[in-house]
Design a protein around this ligand. Structure first.
Ligand code: NDP
Length: 310
């Protein structure tokens, strides 16, 4: 079976490719990049805004599964960024759903959404029925992508599912996210390259999982008997402080000796922490995370210690 992954070179794309190959798929990747290891048969450099070229390429590849993961994964405050996020989550999603409807009705589609759609959540924990109050263009784009899946599901019978994704991390997490900043910071201190780690609000709470667990969730979503929306989350909140404590302790250090708080790094935090309720995924997909918080932190730290050692 042929599976197409957009955002193939990102964190989730890398774990998903591994997961799908282990389950017998032939994996094809899309990237915007024109450099690196581009293999004409398996990795394609594409312009996601060019509907005609994308359609021709899809006609050629004829994927039976499409996992649409491509998108900026962090939030920025510029017009260029806002146009990009809407284009990839809305316009490109529409191109895929139209191609499936018109040219390949049996192809199954997965959209990577985000818990950002809840904004400042009105209830806790959040599930598939929780009201959405997007507070930035990223969240608007993710909510619209989810709505497009639901619309094509209802009106055209397309197997289009979306994941409402809470935070998920790994040694492949980009360095501008707090988890990776912490594990890279600890590794730099251990290597003597740095003396302190500057962070924002240590009390900020997050629902963190491991990206490998999410790759399995994406596969199970497209293997299900029917298409739907699913929340994927650990269902547990941990603070940035706890993440620091664990990462420094795993390196034999006390975080209080090294972490300096700078309010300039504070991000707006909501009255109620986002916390995911994945009971529907457990019930219908038999999915729950296998990798716990401590294992996640330890794996990320081990990886970054190995990098500085090398
Ligand atoms: P990454 O940033 O690691 O990977 C995303 C990939 O998308 C990049 O490698 C890039 O690939 C591609 N991309 C980035 N910007 C654009 C753009 N403007 N247009 C088209 N493609 C773009 O993110 P993750 O793998 O962590 O996330 C995967 C998906 O899950 C994303 O849609 C993200 O929004 C969503 N998500 C992730 C969460 C998390 O905690 N990780 C939480 C909630 C949602 P290339 O440059 O090769 O084209």
């Amino acid at each position: 079976m042929k599976a197409l992954i957009t955002g193939f070179r990102g964190q989730d794309g890398t774990y998903l490719a591994e997961e799908l190959r282990a389950h017998g798929r032939e994996v094809i990747g899309f990237t915007r990049s024109e450099s690196g290891n581009l293999d004409a048969g398996r990795i394609h450099s594409v312009d996601y805004r060019d509907g005609r070229a994308l359609g021709d390429l899809l006609d050629e590849i004829r994927p039976e599964e499409i996992y649409h993961l491509a998108s900026p994964s962090c939030i920025r405050d510029t017009l260029e960024y806002e146009k990009e996020i809407l284009a990839i989550c809305v316009d490109t999603t529409l191109i895929f759903l139209r191609w499936i409807t018109d040219r390949s009705p049996a192809t199954r589609f997965f959209f990577a959404g985000s818990a950002e759609i809840y904004g400042d959540p009105v209830v806790s924990p959040q599930n598939e029925s929780t009201p959405c109050h997007p507070e930035n263009p990223y969240a608007v784009a993710k909510l619209t992508g989810r709505e497009l899946c639901a619309t094509f599901r209802k009106t055209h019978g397309v197997f289009a599912s979306s994941g409402i994704l809470f935070n998920h991390e790994s040694p492949l997490r980009r360095a501008d996210f707090v988890t990776r900043r912490i594990t890279q910071g600890v590794a730099a201190i251990v290597a003597g390259e740095s003396r302190e780690l500057v962070l924002g609000n240590l009390d900020a709470l997050r629902d963190w999982s491991h990206a490998a667990d999410f790759a399995r969730a994406f596969r199970l979503t497209l293997e299900a008997s029917h298409a739907d929306d699913f929340v994927f989350a650990s269902g547990k909140n941990h603070s940035v402080r706890e993440f620091c404590e664990e990462a420094f302790a795993a390196a034999g250090l006390d975080f209080r000796d090294y972490v300096r708080v700078d309010p300039a790094f504070y991000r707006p935090d909501f009255a109620q922490a986002r916390l995911g309720d994945s009971r529907k995924a457990l019930r219908e997909l038999a999915w729950k995370p296998k990798i716990g918080f401590k294992e996640l932190v330890d794996e990320m730290l081990r990886h970054d210690l190995e990098v500085v050692r090398r």
